[in-house]
Design a protein around this ligand. Structure first.
Ligand SMILES: C[S@@+](CC[C@H](N)C(=O)[O-])C[C@H]1O[C@@H](n2cnc3c(N)ncnc32)[C@H](O)[C@@H]1O
Length: 230
C-alpha cells in the first residue's frame, strides 16, 4: 500500500473529528497513550498537540517514518515515541498504559485477532479504557453493487475476518467490560466528497448517526469502548 493512499480527503477529516470526539471523553488527565497500528499519526498527532504523551506503534516502517515527519512539522516530535512492532506481540510490560487505542483495521488485519485483543488488554492499566475500531461487515454487505449482486460473493463476505460484525467484535473483547459500540465513518462511507459543503453540518450528521443504536450500522467502522476490570 502506498503512503499517499492513506492521505484522507475532507470526508475522512470529518470522521477523524468524529474519532477524536469519541476518544476525548476517555483521555487521561496525564499519563501515557498507546496508539497501536497508529499509521501516519492521524490520531497520535492531535493527541500530542493536546499535551499527551503517546507511543505510536506500527508494523510498517514506512508509515512510522511518514508519521515522524508529520510530527516534526507539527512540533510534537518530543511527545511521541515511535515503535516498530506487531500488535500481536507488544513490546511493553503488563498494565503500562492509561489509554489504549487501535483504530481502523489494526486488529482485523493482524495475523491473530484474538491474540491482538489479548495483547491490547494486557498492556492497559486496570480501570482504564481501550478504544478499538474495525471495518463494519454490515456496512459492506449493503454495497451489493460491489459484489456484482452475486449470492456466492455476498456469502463469502459473511465469512471474511477482514471486517467484523458487532457480535464478532464483542466476542473478541469479552475479557473487558464493554461500555458501548458506536459508529464512525458515516460521511466518508456514504457521502460523495463534493456533497460535503459544510464541515460543521456534516460532523453533526456523523455524530448523530454514529451514536444511534440502529443507524450506526450505516457507518463504515464500528468503534468499541471498553474498560479493563480492576
Ligand atoms: C488503516 S491504517 C489505520 C491507521 C491509524 N490507526 C488510523 O486510524 O489512522 C491500519 C494500520 O495498521 C497497521 N498494522 C496492520 N497490521 C498490524 C500489526 N499486526 N501490528 C501493528 N500494526 C499493524 C498498518 O501498518 C497501518 O498503519
Amino acid at each position: 500500500m502506498k503512503v499517499k493512499d492513506w492521505i484522507y480527503p475532507q470526508a475522512t477529516e470529518i470522521d477523524t473529528a468524529r474519532d477524536l470526539e469519541i476518544i476525548k471523553k476517555y483521555l487521561p488527565k496525564k499519563g501515557l497513550v498507546l496508539d497501536a497500528g497508529g499509521g501516519l499519526g492521524r490520531i497520535a498527532i492531535p493527541l500530542a498537540k493536546l499535551g499527551l504523551r503517546v507511543v505510536l506503534l506500527d508494523i510498517s516502517r514506512t508509515a512510522i517514518n511518514f508519521a515522524k515527519e508529520r510530527a516534526k512539522k507539527e512540533n510534537v516530535l518530543n511527545r511521541i515515541e515511535f515503535v516498530e512492532g506487531d500488535v500481536c506481540n507488544l513490546p511493553f510490560s503488563d498494565n503500562h498504559f492509561d489509554l489504549v487505542l487501535a483504530l481502523r483495521d489494526v486488529i482485523n488485519f493482524s495475523a491473530d485477532q484474538k491474540r491482538a485483543a489479548e495483547e491490547l488488554i494486557r498492556v492497559l492499566k486496570p480501570n482504564h479504557y481501550l478504544i478499538v475500531s474495525v471495518t463494519n461487515k454490515a456496512f459492506w454487505l449493503t454495497k451489493l453493487e460491489r459484489w456484482n449482486y452475486n449470492l456466492e460473493k455476498i456469502k463469502s463476505i459473511l465469512g471474511t475476518k477482514s471486517m467484523l460484525t458487532e457480535k464478532e467484535l464483542r466476542n473478541l473483547f469479552k475479557g473487558i467490560k464493554i461500555e458501548k459500540i458506536v459508529g464512525s465513518g458515516y460521511c466518508s462511507g456514504n457521502i460523495p466528497e463534493n456533497f460535503i459543503t459544510s464541515f460543521e453540518d456534516f460532523l453533526k450528521i456523523e455524530n448523530f448517526v454514529g451514536d444511534d443504536e440502529e443507524l450506526k450500522f450505516t457507518c463504515e467502522y464500528l468503534v468499541l469502548i471498553g474498560e479493563k476490570r480492576g
